[in-house]
Design a protein around this ligand. Structure first.
Ligand code: UGA
Length: 469
């Protein structure tokens, strides 16, 4: 059992602290926002993450998980101190804002009275581990205290963060003090994951390169989608066909409205900024960002190509969150799409299973006039009297709607499937004018079981194309 302090109770800090407590450690989560801590003590979480609330309750009740606003309480007897504060885009050019990391480092230095390993989980520009060391060193109250800094980037996905923590593909640990990295490795040993130990700069770069690679995969398939659409191919089937090549894989080849969220947009921008600052010209990263930005605009051009002017129309929007299983609205395509639609004089009807409240706040922040937006109780209510329906977030409940009923509720049967969740031929059969992202509307593909050519005539086209979700 180790004694652990986690600074920051956002999505990374709370998941990390709770999962470490669940592994049997004593964990204290520190946050300077008193209201957040008070709520956490009452079991009210600041974020929606499947399974997290139950795990917080269980470990809090068991006395392994504690919440406080006091650094001295949190740091007392801690062997490991995790920094998990946010690093938003800061300087207007895409660089990461290190203010919160530096302030956490200063507060640690002011209270630290014993040797501890400080582990940075926040996504920070390459070289930041040195900054953290320097800030702590310069602010230590006692000059006899020693410490080590380890970079341990997180690879948690919102919506499946508990699983990602408990069954990681790899754990990356970077430090100029190998002994400290090995000590942290022992903490993670029960997870039985491959552990990569390296230097600080490399560990920090692994995080950016991983997110940038995944974002590149998404922009790549979105560019292919546009080419498919023009040439009459179906990008969903192209992705399936490509993905069976082990060198490519199926994951992150879902074409759609592009990536959003708190990570990919910020991290690709920050990496490009670091490269620019270093005198390089990161052409690929700039192209990835440009494609991603243009992707959400396609909704508007698809709508106007069918409806002409949007003035006076009513457009239904299904989904607000940047992806399913979260209420996170950061850089969600829905915000841009609703802003553009309403700015053209249309009214929007919208529904999201969990992000209605955070969605409303995000729209207000972005200056969308709420009298142009009706928040509905369910998907069917969204469809009522609409001139078009747009699928923005691929929540499971949207995949199994009674589309015949949806069609009967609409004023005009226009369906823009921004996440490619419906079968095009079926939608045409139901009478929709159906537009997806990079897809023709031919029959679903037939995939033979490996080696079974005799099965060919009897096979039904039943392939689930959502591989790699
Ligand atoms: C991402 C990474 O997947 C995590 O490994 C990383 O730890 C995290 O960022 C982070 O840096 O903190 P997350 O932002 O939660 O996690 O979401 P993803 O599931 O990766 O999806 C990101 C975006 O890509 C979403 O907008 C999603 O709709 C989009 N996406 C994903 C696609 O458009 N197509 C795909 O095929 C996959």
């Amino acid at each position: 059992m180790s004694v652990i302090c986690v600074i920051g109770t956002g999505y990374v800090g709370l998941v990390t602290g709770t999962c470490l407590a669940d592994m049997g450690n004593q964990v204290t989560c520190v946050d300077i926002v008193a209201e957040k801590i008070e709520k956490l003590k009452k079991g009210i979480l600041p974020i929606y993450e499947p399974g997290l609330e139950e795990m917080v309750h269980r470990n809090y009740q068991a006395g392994r998980l504690h919440f406080t606003t006091s650094y001295s309480e949190g740091l007392a007897a801690s062997d490991f101190i995790f920094i998990a504060v946010n690093t938003p885009t800061g300087n207007g050019q895409g660089g990461a804002d290190m203010r919160y990391v530096e302030s956490a480092a200063r507060s640690i230095a002011e209270e630290l009275d014993h040797y501890a390993i400080i582990i940075n989980k926040s996504t920070v520009p390459v070289g930041s581990g040195d900054v953290v060391s320097r800030v702590i060193h310069n602010n230590l109250k006692r000059s006899d205290i020693t410490f080590a800094v380890v970079s341990n980037p997180e690879f948690l996905r919102e919506g499946s963060a508990l699983l990602d923590f408990q069954q990681p593909d790899r754990i990356v640990l970077g430090s100029s003090d190998p002994e400290a990295a090995y000590t942290v490795a022992r903490l993670y040993m029960p997870l039985r994951a491959p552990i990569v130990t390296t230097d600080l700069y490399t560990a920090e770069m692994i995080k950016y390169a991983s997110n940038a690679f995944l974002a590149t995969k998404i922009s790549f398939i979105n560019e292919i989608a546009q080419i498919c659409e023009r040439l009459g191919a179906d990008v969903k089937e192209v992705a399936v066909g490509m993905g069976y090549d082990k060198r490519i894989g199926h994951a992150f080849l879902n074409a759609g409205l592009g990536y959003g969220g708190s990570c990919f947009p910020k991290d690709v921008r920050a990496l490009a900024h670091m490269a620019d600052e270093a005198g390089l010209h990161p052409q690929l990263l700039h192209a990835v960002m440009e494609i991603n930005h243009d992707q959400r605009r396609l909704v508007i051009s698809k709508l106007t190509s069918i409806l002409g002017s949007l003035r006076g129309t009513t457009i239904g929007v299904l989904g607000l969150a940047f992806k399913p299983n979260t209420d996170d609205m950061r850089e969600a395509p829905a915000v841009d799409i609703i802003r553009w639609i309403t700015s053209q004089g249309a009214h929007v009807r919208v529904y999201d299973p969990v992000a209605s409240e955070t969605g409303r706040e995000a729209l207000v922040r972005e200056g969308v006039r709420l009298d142009s937006v009706t928040f509905c109780e369910n998907a069917y209510s969204v469809a009522e009297q609409t001139d078009a329906l747009v699928i923005v977030t691929e929540w499971n409940e949207f995949k199994s709607l009674n589309m015949q009923h949806v069609r009967s509720l609409m004023h005009r049967p226009v369906l823009i499937d921004g996440r490619n969740i419906y079968d095009g031929s079926e939608m045409h059969r139901l009478g929709f004018i159906y537009r997806a992202m990079g897809r023709g509307t031919g029959p679903a593909p037939t995939i033979l079981p490996a080696g079974d050519s005799t099965a060919l005539p009897a096979l039904q086209p039943t392939l689930d194309l959502n591989i790699g979700d």
